[in-house]
Structure formats: C-alpha cells, structure tokens
Ligand binder design. Structure first.
Ligand code: FE2
Length: 400
C-alpha cells in the first residue's frame, strides 16, 4: 500500500512567496507506532523528500517513539547529545530544557509548567526556553504583554562535538495549552526594518535548508559549496555566557564565550568540522545546515580549476578564524532563509507527531508561556552512526 500524503496546512504568511511547495506533508491512515518494514521505507523516503511529516491524533508510547526514531538509523543508540551527558554538564545552555523518560532514556520530556505522574516521573518542572534568557536584548514587558515575542534559537539538533548530527527528530505532543497567537519580531525595538511574523502560541518554527541555499546569490552559493564549519569544543558550554541576536540566528560577537581552557576536558579529535551544505540522501539536493551559535571557524576551499574568479569570495581558499567574520558571513548566508514567508510555524494540537529531517532543515522554539500554561512533549533523536555527506566534486564544479 502506498502511503497517503496530503499537503500540510500552511499559514497565509507563506502565500505569494517562494516557499518550497515540497516542504511538509501530512501522513494519513497510518499508525506510526506500528509500521511494517515496507511502510517504514515509504515514510523514510517521504521524510527526506518533504522535510517534515505530520501525523495527527496519534497514540505513541516512548518505546514506540524510540523504535520509530531508531529505524532511520538502526546502528544509532544514544540520544543526540549522548545519554544524560547534557544534563550532567550543568553549565550547558541546554541543561534546563531536557528531562529524560526513565524507561527510555533516549526520549526526553520537554515543555512548560508542572507535570505529574508522567511515564515514571513523579513530577517534573518544565520550562519552555525563552529568548529572555538567551538573547542580548529582550522584548519590553509592555510589548510582551501585547504578545510580541521572538524566535528563541534557530538550530539543528546536534551535540556538534564527538557525536554525529541525528538524521531525524520525532516530536510528539501530549499536552498543549490553549492560547492565542503571538507576533515574532525579528529585530530589536529600535530597528525600523522590523520584519514580523504572526504565529500560534508555542509554535515550533521550521525553515527548509534546501531553500536557504537555493535563494542565495551566486557568490554566496559558491562560498557555501566550498566551505566547512569547525564547531567549538563543547559548543553549548562554550556559548553559554554569550548572548544571541534578536532573530535567534547566531550570537552577538562581543567576546563572551568561555575561553577554551575553561571548558570541560576536550580532545581535538572530537571537534566537529562539517560541510555547510549537506546532501539529501533521496533527492540529492544540497541543504544549508549550519548551527550558527556553535560555529567557531570556517574553512574555505579554493575555487576549482577553470572556475570564473571575478566576484568570487576567497577564490584561493581561506581558513577564517576571526569569530566576528565567521558570524558575519554565516548570518549573511542564513538570514534570507528565515524570512517570514519561508517559515512554517507548526500549530500544535494534542497527539500530533511531527517527524523532521534534522539534516535538511533548521528549527526553533518560539514564544513564551505563562507558568500555568502546561505543555508536555516527547522528543527523540539519536546521535547518528555516520557524518552528513557534503557536496560532491560535481556539486562544487556546478555551484562554485
Ligand atoms: Fe531542537
């Protein structure tokens, strides 16, 4: 039986833009907790083709969620950040956001407010991450009361040190609070350019990494296809004292990162250097996949022989170690891809299961809940058994 894929409901904010028509599908008439191997194959192909798959009104145990997530990478075993490793590193910016389901430690309980008697957890105090603790500036209390908010942190789910970026993430909503809408403001209050985006309360926002690459001008496509990112050791600890830009896309460069000699013990061999563009295993398309907050250096290859040099950036290659320059270049390349018209803000209903291709898109937590707005989700992703594939020699010749 061929799976039934329907378009996902897109918000009016994407109409008339070049939002990727292939991005996102709803899967109907199939229980994701009990897929046959044949059905799973179809789901896997659909996920890599469409980036996001939504199942509505699903019953899914943590065991089933782990099994489904693991099916994308049968050799993977531990949670994307290593089991419990993040929690033991109290200094990490991820520390407060993750609680483990005791029976299935690869599945995390995330959300907001107090949750009781949940899958073996007597109680859990959950806190929805908010820009107020991570951005350099914050929305004023008056504006927050009016529903103004921000993207928290655009990212890939990945430890970016030692472990490989997971292939797929599963997010399953159990409790979703009622609430109105909020308005994401991209810039600080005093920035008149002020793009905004109306979103459901507590949305998870997604953008296509394929589109992020496709809309770049030729000289930035050439730079992207030739460049790799070297991430900091223990990047979430390294970035913890630093503060993010108001669009949630990277760090303000003011030298606040933890010095490398003050990080937990690290090894050169475990540092991750990953290509900017990751090749889709089904479509062969290139996706712009960079976690800007953790990036420390850029390594640019020279133009291939015979390439047109005029206007090319770093035609002879470069190892860029100036953190300000690294951040400036990444923001230049990534910011167009999070324009309001390119964002899919998922409107969560209880018992939604969202599967997303973690190597093909960026996503972020959005908005702010009040303490009594209880939300409980299960999240699972697994550190992959392989590194993402970068551009081929042919890709470099085609785009450089
Ligand atoms: Fe995430």
């Amino acid at each position: 039986m061929t799976i039934e894929l329907a378009p996902i409901t897109l918000p009016a904010t994407v109409s008339g833009t070049d939002f990727d028509p292939d991005f996102g599908r709803e899967v109907k008439g199939m229980n994701p907790g009990e897929l046959t191997p044949e059905q799973f194959k179809e789901i896997e192909t659909a996920l890599y083709t469409h980036g996001i798959l939504l199942f509505r009104d699903v019953a899914l145990t943590p065991e089933q969620q782990y099994a489904l997530t693991k099916a994308f990478d049968p050799e993977s075993e531990s949670y994307g950040h290593g089991n419990n490793k993040t929690q033991s590193t109290k200094k990490s910016v991820l520390h407060p956001d993750l609680k483990t389901i005791p029976r299935v430690p690869q599945v995390q309980l995330i959300g907001n407010g107090m949750v009781y008697n949940h899958e073996g957890l007597e109680s859990a105090a959950l806190k929805h991450p908010s820009h107020t603790t991570f951005h350099k500036t914050r929305v004023s209390a008056e504006d927050e009361a009016l529903g103004i908010t921000r993207f928290y942190r655009w990212h890939i789910d990945a430890a970016l040190y030692d472990y490989n970026p997971p292939r797929a993430t599963t997010l399953y909503s159990i409790t979703v609070p009622e609430g109105g809408r909020q308005t994401v403001r991209y810039s600080d209050d005093d920035d008149p350019s002020g793009e905004t985006l109306s979103v459901p309360l507590g949305t998870t926002a997604f953008v296509s990494g394929k589109k992020m690459f496709q809309i770049l001008p030729p000289e930035l496509k050439s730079l992207a296809v030739r460049t790799s990112v070297r991430y900091a050791p223990h990047p979430y600890v390294w970035m913890a004292p630093a503060r993010a830009k108001s669009d949630g896309l990277g760090i303000v460069n003011e030298g606040l990162e933890l010095p490398l000699n003050e990080l937990p013990e690290w090894e050169q061999l475990k540092i991750k250097t990953l290509p900017i563009l990751w090749k889709n295993p089904v479509t062969g398309e290139l996706h712009f996949q960079v976690h800007p907050c953790g990036a420390q250096e850029l390594i640019v290859k020279p133009l291939p022989l015979g390439a047109f040099r005029e206007g090319a950036l770093y035609p002879d290659g470069e190892h860029i170690k100036d953190l300000g320059k690294v951040r400036e270049l990444l923001h230049l390349m990534q910011r167009p891809g999070i324009a309001p018209g390119l964002v899919y803000p998922h409107d969560w209903k209880e018992r939604d299961l969202v599967l997303f291709h973690n190597r093909g898109l960026l996503h972020t937590v959005v908005g702010a809940f009040k303490p009594d707005q209880v939300r409980a989700f299960h999240q699972c992703n697994l550190a992959a058994s392989d590194v993402p594939t970068g551009p081929t020699e042919q890709d470099i010749i085609a785009w450089a």
